[in-house]
Design a protein around this ligand. Sequence first.
Ligand code: UDP
Length: 566
Amino acid sequence: QAVFQSDIGTLLEQVGTGKESLSFMKRRIRRLAAQWASAARRLDDKLHNHWREQKRILVHVGFLTEESGDVFSPKVLKGGPLGEMVQWADILTALHVLGHNLKISVSLKELHGFLGVPPGRGSCPLTGPLPFDLIYTDYHGLQQMKQHMGLSLRKHKCHIRVIDTFGTEPAYNHEEYATLHGYRTNWGYWNLHGQQYMTMFPHTPDNSFMGFVAEELNETERLNIQRNKVNNMAVVYGKEASMWKGREKFLTILHRYMEIHGTVYYETQRPPEVPAFVKNHGLLPQQELQQLLRKAKLFIGFGFPYEGPAPLEAIANGCIFLQPKFDPPRSSLNHEFFRGKPTSRKVSSQHPYAEQYIGRPHVFTVDFNNSEEFDAAIREIMRINVEPFLPYEYTCEGMLERVHAYIQNQDFCSPEAPFPPVNSSGAWLGSPPGPFILLPNSSILTWASNVSYYTSWPPLSALQLLASLEGQSCVKACQSAGLICEPALYRFINIKEAFTALDFQCEGLELEMNHLFPAFSAEHAECGLQQDPLLFSCAGSSAKYQRLCPCRDYRIGQVALCRDCL
Ligand code: UDP
């Protein structure tokens, strides 16, 4: 049984030393320890001492290994990306606090040791059973495991979870499909289950949302923040000088109203990109950045970096986040940064999560090319007062709850019961056999959800079947009904009865590998079923198809979990 543990001593020892990245993570773990401990107590109460299985977990942080070049560690103190480090520190803490048996590896040598692969024997495969229930790694780590575990990786891959900042859609992940249909990228195609990829924000429901945490405030801190806010103080999002390049125009407008602060890394003198009227503090330790954000009224992004933790921290400290809208949205098709990333996602602003999940009054997303709109936004921001806000899913309790639910329920190793429950000669399997009903509109698989034969997670009772419009993805279709697409439930709607339930008349029925299937083509009155479950995908759309979408409800502030998911 896993028992919550709030003492972080052993975790800190395990993280090790010798790299700036590890020191950064340890400072963060220490700083947030009390917050994690009180969250653990609350979750423990909420789960009513629910029995939780203790798992043997290996965390192999591939991008920090020397063998992958470790380009991050030397930049920790120089304005390089810190979001990944923030997330890994929080993942480690969550797993530790949840009470699992944790091993941490940041080198190939440690990886070999933990897996029991003899060192120095190249790609000698792991012969015995895998000594872990779960392995959290990243794309670099996956590559290393392939090299060093050889074929046994394929055997054990259902235990792997890939921490993947921007996400990987099924079409890109499926080797044969990606190769045939132009979805190959340098990130590879690992034929994993889409939900084995875990993202930093809930980008696409095809992946699992792992997230990270931001600092939480107690009542006194909230009051102090409100008392000490400086109405005309702005902090610029961007710790590297290049992020400021070409932004003079906006900075000049902003400076008409506000005092501007920056935290741009510099060695000896002010970077030329940062105008003289900006008060530059240099790169700050996380804690000092928080203090600055507590005073500031505005946190402003100029379009880069994308989708980092800092805007959430700013909003949590009572700032308003002002950011540019991207019109047209940026994606791997039209934008250098996203080119070659295994996703078709369209990024509508610098921080789409802030835009879509938080929004006004905490987040203003405007067209920066329109000076009037920009100017008006600043004036409005100075007029209004906002409270600090942090979505539940980014609190320690929210992250613990979500990671707990994944660990106890997600299972990519066990074979699934066939659906519908008939064998090849059409006889019913399981019990009790009975009529198979799909209700239109309310669209609940009444029969199936009453049968305990299906132990799906999320539970079948959460399923609501919808059809997308032509040209619409299931992500959007579910969203417009106030629901979220749930790929784990696709297998229950990949049946001809689902078309009937939605009043689609199938003249023909085909079974095909197509990441848009199941779908209906009005032009040919053809119904298409998905042939390969690995291609079940919420993302993706085509003007030719109305897609069948498995939607589900979600908890307010915890989009990863349905109402009955805990
Ligand atoms: N950060 C910091 N000092 C600074 C600026 C930022 O410690 O002067 C931290 C910040 O608290 C955040 C992290 O850097 O948690 C990552 O920030 P960002 O959103 O910029 O994402 P990145 O691009 O680094 O992944």
